[in-house]
Design a protein around this ligand. Structure first.
Ligand code: COA
Ligand code: AMP
Ligand code: ZN
Length: 432
């Protein structure tokens, strides 16, 4: 039942003691980066003054904006020779963030993912198919190495090509998949179109679903459609990626691995730490990361930290499902999108008028982003070919920056509601 019984069931007092000693080391490590060294100096913070876990509250937060300002190497603490991997999540013009790992960091991450998978019941005899994007997304390589560490036969399927996914599942008798929940719904439809029933025609028994918000109803739907157990998996690139919090067999919240991260829940407005049981924004501090430790990183994800022990005997506290965001980022097909990216891309195209509208829909089990764009009067001559070229150009530009393909619709000038100030209106009609 346990991958590392001792650490997973460490009595709370000892877990807190371990966190404190690791926090002190992590702060010393962080201070080696140009960014933290500057912040610590400016705010007269010395890692040595941190005597208790409660002292963490006096340390400054780190945000995505900070990472962007110090892009790419500002938070790196080691010589470049020691860095072996980077993950990043943006397209061509997006304001990128990057997270760097040493071999030691990858080792820790791999072990954490193996711990999560083992907790849910994956064993060496399983065949694991990873349908997340490989490359710069963390869900691909992150889960891949964890599954191999555990000893499962691992299929690096990557995202897309649904028929091939199904063929792989059938050929290699896949038992466990890692899949984005909205894609699991779509893939079921493809099974149906092929005259197949995953319950009858595959050996699937388990799925790890994550990377985007989803409800308990969606989980149950996936479980029923495929005849499997589905476990919620939470992570973010800044904290490695998957492996931060994961459901155990109880499926009553996701255990956050507190030997690796300190979790705090804050009120996103007052920035004050909230007591367990209150909903707020999750804030994470890495405890073991060498190449790029992050202190009090504001995830912008809203959730609740459950007080009290879990029936599985693991002592690490659990978080609820992610309930929303404290910023305007949204996720489509497992890809994070900031409305500002859409605005920047569109406003760089001279033919685009002042107003546009973004609508997110889930239609026939498929997620879609419709971008309605006004064309400037001088370009709106009504010539079909010219408009089609423009539509294609806008689609390409958005795809290369957002990493998903939008459905672009051109409309006449002054036909869309006026955008107020800089606010970008995204209408999300998806039921999660
Ligand atoms: N995961 C895997 N495959 C997906 C997917 C998802 N979330 N969403 C769509 N797909 C499939 C589509 O079904 C299609 O295959 P099919 O036509 O054989 O069924 C194929 O990918 C292309 O999808 P499409 O919607 O036309 O392309 P896009 O350009 O909008 O999206 C993806 C590109 C799907 C490749 C991109 O969204 C992606 O890689 N998503 C996964 C992101 C991820 O792994 N996130 C994890 C972060 S840890
Ligand atoms: P990335 O940094 O690209 O891996 O994206 C991380 C973000 O994906 C998180 O901050 C969440 O907003 C979202 N996310 C990841 N896992 C989950 C999950 N299980 N449920 C809801 N949202 C998730
Ligand atoms: Zn548990």
């Amino acid at each position: 039942m346990f991958w590392e019984k001792e650490v997973e069931t460490l009595p709370l007092k000892e877990l807190r003691r371990l966190q404190l000693s690791r926090l002190k080391k992590s702060l010393l490590q962080a201070a080696k980066s140009p960014a933290y060294s500057k912040i610590f100096k400016a705010q007269r913070i010395s890692p040595a003054t941190v005597k208790t876990l409660a002292d963490l509250e006096y340390l400054p937060f780190t945000t995505k904006e900070d990472l962007r300002k110090n892009f790419p190497y500002g938070y790196v603490t080691v010589r470049k020779e020691k860095i072996v991997r980077v993950h990043s999540s943006s397209g061509t013009t997006g304001r990128a963030t990057a997270v760097f790992h040493t071999l030691g960091d990858l080792e820790q991450w791999t072990n954490l993912v193996a711990r999560c998978m083992y907790m849910a019941g994956v064993r060496k005899s399983d065949v694991f198919q990873n349908m997340m994007g490989y490359g710069l997304f963390t869900g691909g390589l992150g889960f891949h190495y964890g599954a191999e560490r555990l000893g499962a036969l691992t299929i690096p399927a990557g995202s897309g090509n649904s028929k091939r996914q199904i063929a792989l599942m059938r050929d290699f008798e896949t038992t466990v998949v890692h899949i984005i929940p909205s894609y699991a719904l779509h893939l079921w439809k493809v099974f149906e179109e092929m005259g197949l029933d995953p319950k009858r025609d595959t050996k699937l028994r388990m799925a790890f679903i994550g990377a985007e918000p989803h409800s308990e109803a969606t989980r149950q739907r996936i479980e029923e459609m495929y005849g499997i157990e589905a476990f919620n998996s939470y992570g973010l690139s800044e904290m490695n990626g998957p492996g931060v919090a994961f459901e155990c067999l109880e499926k009553s919240g996701m255990h956050v691995w507190e030997d690796q991260f300190i979790i705090e829940v804050i009120d996103p407005k007052t920035l004050k730490v909230l007591p367990d049981g209150e909903e707020g924004e999750l804030v994470f501090t890495t405890l073991m990361r060498e190449g790029m430790p992050l202190i009090r990183y504001r995830s912008k994800d809203l959730a609740t930290l459950f007080p009290g022990p879990c029936r599985c005997r693991r002592t690490h506290r659990r978080i609820s499902r992610i309930k929303g965001r404290s910023d305007d980022m949204f996720i489509l097909k497992g890809v994070n999108i900031f409305p500002l990216q859409i605005d920047t891309t569109l406003m760089n195209i001279p033919e685009v008028g002042t107003n546009y509208q973004v609508v997110l829909e889930r239609e026939n089990f498929q997620d879609k982003m419709i971008v309605r764009v006004e064309v400037r009067p001088e370009f709106f001559k009504g010539e079909l070919r010219q408009l089609e070229n423009l539509r294609r150009q806008i689609t390409e530009a958005l795809k290369s920056d957002l990493l998903v393909t939008p459905k672009v619709e051109l409309v006449e000038p002054d036909t869309l509601p006026k955008s107020e100030g800089k606010a970008v209106r995204v209408i999300d009609k998806r039921e999660i």
